[in-house]
Design a protein around this ligand. Sequence first.
Ligand code: ADP
Ligand code: ZN
Ligand code: ZN
Length: 821
Amino acid sequence: MIPVKQKPIRPHRPIVSVAVALPVMDCYSYTVPDHLLALIRTGKRVLIPFGSRTVTGYLIGSSSEPDSTTLKHILDVLDDAPLFSSAMVPFFQWIATYYMYPLGQVISTALPAGLNLTDIAVMTLCPPGMAALTSDAVSPLEKTVLTALTKRPMDFRQLKKDVGQRVPWALIHQMRQRGWLVVERQIKGGQVRRKTIRMVRLAEGVAESGKISPQRQAILDLLRQQGGLSVPDLSKRVPTAASLVRAMQKAGMVRIEDHPVYRDPFGDPIDPDRPPVLTDEQAEAVNRMTPLLGKGFRTVLLAGVTGSGKTEVYLQLARQAVDRGLHVLVLVPEIALISQTERRFRARFGETVAVLHSGLSRGERYDQWLRVARGEAGIAIGARSCIFAPFETVGLIIVDEEHDAAYKQDGGLSYNARDLAVVRARHQNALAVLGSATPSVQSWHNVAIGKYSTVGLTRRVNRQPLPVIQTVDLSQIRDERGIRRYITPLLQQEIQKTLDDGHQTLIFLNRRGFSVFPICAHCGQPLRCKNCDISLTLHKQANAYRCHYCGFSRPATSTCPACGSDKIKLLGTGTEKIQEAMVQLFPQARVARMDRDTMTRKGSVVKLLKDLKNRNIDILVGTQMVAKGHDFPGITLVGVVCADLTLNFPDFRAGERTFQLLAQVAGRAGRGKQPGKVILQTFNPDHFSITAAKHQDFVTFFNQEIGFRQALGYPPFTRMIAVRLSGRDPRQTGIHARALGSACQDLLHPEGPFHRQVQVMGPIEAPLARIANQHRWQLLIKSPDTARLHRFVNQLMLGPNALPTRRDVRVTIDVDPFSLM
Ligand code: ADP
Ligand code: ZN
Ligand code: ZN
């Protein structure tokens, strides 16, 4: 790959275009004062006057503004090196237009969080600066700065405070060029230090000598056999090795060197691995995709059943890309999964892997970002925000578990990283690979209409069979009482068998807490949140009723707010109750739980996965957190407590979600040498989402589902935009929603371009009509014609006839919404 140098932005006509990090839709032109000219590069942050304020903006290119006389000056340039390359700008612009979100805010969403706050430049005085202090060649302000720095190194804030005024970065830059001071970027708080490990090797020319202790001899023998060994590894064989090797180093017998290592998420160093021999199907997949690398934009859907070794295909394809000098982006839906994927990529590719996700400290994330921006990494792995990784060029973008809803961001810039992967690939003429065992209806539709091509993996690695799935009809056992309604005799029997065989069980229920429907035994009223239209959930461990939407909580000892009775029936089972039942039914088993309640502390996910891997857990109870992508060979039984929870959501994707979740969770069973079994309990044993999940048969599911989507005009046959309103005052919110609704009807008039092309549903109160005391309304706007749909919403929200927005009613636009609640 030819590294592309950042070109200065036409220095002879110094007008630049700046995206302002504020909710304004346009970009603005500024002139560049002479002393800042040399610092101007696309991708740097600048300080600009905006109205009466001074704000941060991003340089996105030169401006075509013909007349510079009325323009304001840039005040300062805030970065030494660009944070993103000019190749990213069209991508950012596409996002801003498509998601109807201000460009400057798109860019600040893309950049690692807290950048403005956490990176600080620390200035330290140098000897020439000291000398300059006494000469006449310094300006008064320079002199003040130098004097201040004689006290101690300072960052900008400290310097400003000390000298009583803001010091322009340009001045510091000049002083630095003269060698008067050095500037170092420091991350406040989380300074990242590389972990190193002490490696011991034989010193050259050590001869056999018979006069050493047996321990020393043992160390020499080990080193002779194995080349180098780390001190911890040596200590495992020779417990006193740590102190011995130091003495042996003095005696010239061994050399000790510090080697930088990456820590894996489990805290152990990662051993390099060797690629396994691919199965025929895997080899076929790699061979079909490799020729597409570097040959322009293409999207391939890699549809492979659970356990078919998709990750190995990604790894080998990435190897092909890296060998061709192409950069690779790998997106994974969840942090818990990233650690697994990250580990495998690091084992294969070592230091060229950068990781970007919210589990890192701010300092670490910033560091990783810069490694990518500087071209020091060849592969970036991360959660959805990794799609913004600042590679100048990208040759391959992999989206693992492409169907996963976690790729969709809710709130702020509501982007879908899976979709952006395809967009970025198109912008950069790259290959996009979307992988899943349960491809989304959207993606498989794109295959069906020839937009994507597809490669399949139909068998598990080593030909293990897919798990056998047995359904239990819950409606047949309605008469059972208490927990027996959920832990049916068959499930109990199978768990016992699995325990007896020394294997592991996964119990899945997509609802956390102990009781999700506490109800007064006296008056029959459910216990509700006081801020939301939703039942409270009893969390026994926390000893409180909690609202899952706003965090409101009341003590577990509360009485019925309606009648004061203290008899509360704890209906509705969550993971906590199932865990308790497991402990009672199988007192000898080690039971753990994985849901958002148990996984709050940093590192707890990793610790739990480690325990599971090391077989310190016999039964794991969990929500959808356990359903995703994990590869644990010890799990032979999966129990689905109630398969129907997601099926009855008022959402056109309810069937799709149910199918995906069940097929995925079933796919966790039998990935090792032992075959797997799944007990699937349901009230709807004949629903096609459930029968298709039993066979991981997404094609059959798709063929049924697509008919409904077409008949009802839902995606993928249309695109949707949700316009959401929320406000404290129910009346005002309703009035504004209805006004927006009639503005829609005006736009839809029979002579206009939108008539019969755009359909508006609503305004209606949202299914969750009140969250955190915000009353919620929504309009769903859809059309088979994407461009027209966008024009419609633009005219509605941003056009000259748009309604004036009210301060007390918030309106947000969600393009391609996922949650319709
Ligand atoms: P998927 O993502 O398709 O569910 P994984 O990529 O997690 O499957 O692979 C399942 C298991 O099979 C992993 O433990 C992986 O290391 C192993 N595996 C993958 N490919 C091969 C291969 N060609 N030979 C041996 N083991 C393999
Ligand atoms: Zn009551
Ligand atoms: Zn609430």
